[in-house]
Design a binder for this molecule. Sequence first.
Ligand code: C5P
Length: 215
Amino acid sequence: SEIIRIAVDGPGGAGKSTIAKLVAKKLGIEYIDTGAMYRAIGYKTSVKGIDPANLPAMEDMLSDTTIDFVGGSIILDGENVDGAIRTPKMSMMASKVSQLAPVRAKLVASQRQMAAAKSVIMDGRDIGTNVMPDAEYKFFMTASAEERADRRYKELVQKGIDADYDEVLKDIEKRDYEDTHRELDPLKPAEDAIILDTTGIGIDEVVERILGEVK
Ligand code: C5P
């Protein structure tokens, strides 16, 4: 049957992963969370005590690293790191290591392989512009920084993680700045992306909007 590749890009907290997961389920296609891959590298860098500015050490580490998805969970070197990577500290670490050329080269190659010859919905920052420029459908999801911080804050509290709203908002704004201003594959809508502003809009409505376009 026909292959459908859907790219979903946007800043942190816009609801990309929640919505992409639901769309994947509805369409019976695979969901790939590329942010989780950058988080996994950030996590390993931090656990190993490597300075991201030390490129040879980063390259050594990368050549000895495997990242897979098994049943929707992210597996780093054989270990499920789903829980460990979703903390405010790992958000910032991911943003830091994602600026490095060798990190992007490894992960983008792996993402392209995962999307080869099958239907996928992939979310991230550079999917429509760089990883799958020929995707059949491209969406760029945004929401106000305040609303994204509010969603992230509630998510953290629900997981029992100690959080402070003002700090979550500051982190979101800092990450927005870094992700849009970096040299390599910065966050920006692809020219042919459909822009979805989800401020004040429910999850189901956004899912319906995407399914409406894809049909
Ligand atoms: O989407 P998530 O918040 O999990 O992404 C964490 C970080 O990983 C982002 O802030 C961004 O710096 C980086 N990232 C990226 N390219 C992607 C996905 C994520 O640079 N395709």
